[in-house]
Design a protein around this ligand. Structure first.
Ligand code: PMP
Length: 405
């Protein structure tokens, strides 16, 4: 397929603008992807033409909005190849999806002295929910380390697993190291010992073809805003057998079957986990984003980003005193780095004034910073719309900033 970046860029009005009188170069898609016009139009259409609360209305607009909401569930099911729409729960985002599992799974299956293995390369959102819920149950968190190249030390997994291990929490792709983790391998080891695996797919879903049945994961979380959809919307995939057994995460409208002051019975899946009015409009927008990603092909997007990754990595390596964090052979379009004697905040600020948006800081992954003995680093990350010319502009800006600092 001929990857038409020009055509793709035309879908994103925000990319056409200038900042500080310079053409905008957006290299922060790992934080949040920009939104194509297809999504913006869908948000407008829903608000203008058929807005109503879903599942409970008895009128034309509510019915139409409900239909659209449930169609998006089918789109997500197909997007990640789940076996049933009952396994697709809509949430606020990856963070809420993980909190849901941490809360409901721990309540049902985790007790005193039990253990949850969490990888060292997790975003805070796949660490803290486990810490909070493990503490409530007097259970322990066990760290699965990574090495200096940014590879998980999978060979240590068998010795970390004990009869007390209940779940392994790991990301599919690290938002700092860019490592694409060998999820199938981890799942095989875990399942042999009867342990569930929760995968944080926030950095994978817009870059890799996700097949939850093939990966055989128990839970998979991601956010719409990183897949070119609106923010405030996310997905939790869970195997039906777990979701059936786990208690609801929140109480409220729609998640019940019957309520009386003598007690409540809960709705069937997936509604048992969808309390209250969901983000109806943004979910419709998410559907439009998935249509675009499917039209271009997530594998094609991933291939394009990989070319950018190789191109940028090669050039960065020529800069004296620059260290890249994360050099896994199987890597996604994310590069974190520091330059000797320069603080990444200063670098980010100067580069921003040249029209280039990068990210600096701890990237919500303090344990990774601690591993490398740093407090922060700079990150560039790629999306479907980035070009080699933009990387050239970034390199020029970086070299200029180095001279200034
Ligand atoms: N996990 C990873 C690896 C992430 O990069 C992020 C977002 N930076 C999250 C989880 C959390 O996603 P959200 O804030 O959309 O819930």
């Amino acid at each position: 397929m001929n990857y038409d970046t020009e055509k793709i860029r035309a879908y994103f009005p925000i990319l056409q603008q200038k900042v500080y009188n310079k053409p905008l170069v957006y290299l922060d898609t790992a934080a949040s992807a920009q939104k194509p016009v297809q999504v913006l139009l869908k948000l407008e259409q829903l608000h203008n033409d058929y807005y109503g609360n879903i599942h409970r209305g008895a009128h034309y607009m509510a019915d139409k909005a409900t239909l659209e909401y449930e169609e998006v569930r089918d789109k997500v099911k197909t997007f990640i190849n789940a076996s049933s729409r009952k396994e697709i729960i809509f949430t606020k985002g990856a963070t809420e999806s993980i909190n849901l599992v941490a809360s409901s799974f721990c309540e049902k299956y985790v007790s005193e002295d039990d253990e949850i293995i969490v990888s060292e390369m997790e975003h805070h959102s796949n660490i803290v929910p486990w810490q909070i819920n493990a503490e409530k149950r007097k259970a322990k968190i066990v760290k699965l380390p990574f090495n200096d190249n940014g590879l998980l030390e999978i060979e240590k997994l068998p010795e970390l697993i004990t009869s007390k291990t209940r779940l392994i929490a790991v990301n599919h792709v690290s938002n700092v190291l860019g490592t694409i983790n060998p999820i199938s391998e981890i799942v095989k080891i875990a399942h042999k010992a009867g342990i569930a695996v929760m995968v944080d797919g926030a950095q994978a879903s817009a870059h890799l073809k996700i097949n939850v049945q093939e990966l055989d994961v128990d839970f998979y979380a991601f956010s719409a805003h990183k897949v070119y959809g609106p923010n405030g919307v996310g997905v939790l995939y869970g195997k039906e057998k777990w979701l059936e057994e786990m208690p609801p995460y929140q109480g409220g409208g729609q998640m019940i079957s019957e309520v009386s002051f003598n007690g409540t019975t809960f709705n069937e899946l997936p509604y048992k986990f969808e309390a209250g009015t969901p983000n109806i409009t943004n979910l419709a927008g998410f559907g439009a984003a998935l249509d675009l990603v499917n039209e271009i092909g997530v594998e094609n997007i991933g291939r394009h980003e990989h070319e950018l990754l190789e191109y940028a990595t090669q050039q960065l390596k020529n800069i004296e005193g620059l260290r890249i964090y994360g050099e896994a052979p199987n890597k996604s379009g994310v590069i974190c780095f520091n330059i000797n004697g320069i603080h990444s905040y200063d670098l980010g600020m100067l580069i921003d004034k040249m029209g280039i948006a990068i990210r600096t800081g701890h990237h919500c992954a303090d344990p990774i910073m601690q591993h490398f003995g740093i407090s922060a680093c700079a990150r560039i990350s790629f999306g479907m719309y980035n070009t080699k010319e933009e990387i050239d502009l970034f390199m020029q800006a970086l070299n200029k900033a180095i001279l200034m600092l």
